[in-house]
Design a protein. Structure first.
Length: 132
């Protein structure tokens, strides 16, 4: 495998991970919006944010499949939005308990996933591509 092929394979793997994470987010959020009880207190604004972000994750994954630089920018924006949402969730949890610890953990996970995806895209954007 050439350096260019390895580069493209990693780019595609990141794209697929983003797409699958987005689809899983939409399915999970849609199920709860449809009435499934997740077993903990649901903070509806966070549920709506996460479900909507699932569509953004899918779009970013599709972008990552073809266009590396715009995908890196999209993943950075997603990461920042998740960090802001995580900060809000932590604040709500600490001040009035309006959100469950499960929601805090889920936002930490989402933020971590997008940190890794952004780091991967940023690295690919700087790595020499070589011939395909």
């Amino acid at each position: 495998m050439t350096a260019g092929q390895a580069h493209r394979a990693l780019q595609r793997a990141i794209a697929v991970a983003a797409l699958l994470f987005g689809v899983a987010t939409i399915v999970a959020g849609g199920a709860v919006l449809g009435g499934r009880d997740p077993g903990y207190l649901v903070y509806k604004p966070l549920l709506l944010f996460n479900t909507g972000m699932g569509a953004v994750y899918v779009a970013a994954g599709a972008l990552a499949w073809r266009r590396l630089t715009p995908a890196r920018h999209a993943s950075a924006a997603i990461l920042v939005l998740n960090i802001v949402a995580l900060g809000g969730v932590i604040w709500l949890y600490r001040t009035d308990g309006a959100v469950a610890m499960d929601s805090v953990r889920a936002m930490i996970f989402r933020t971590g996933v997008w940190l890794v995806l952004w780091l991967g895209l940023a690295w690919l954007n700087r790595a020499p591509r070589g011939p395909a």
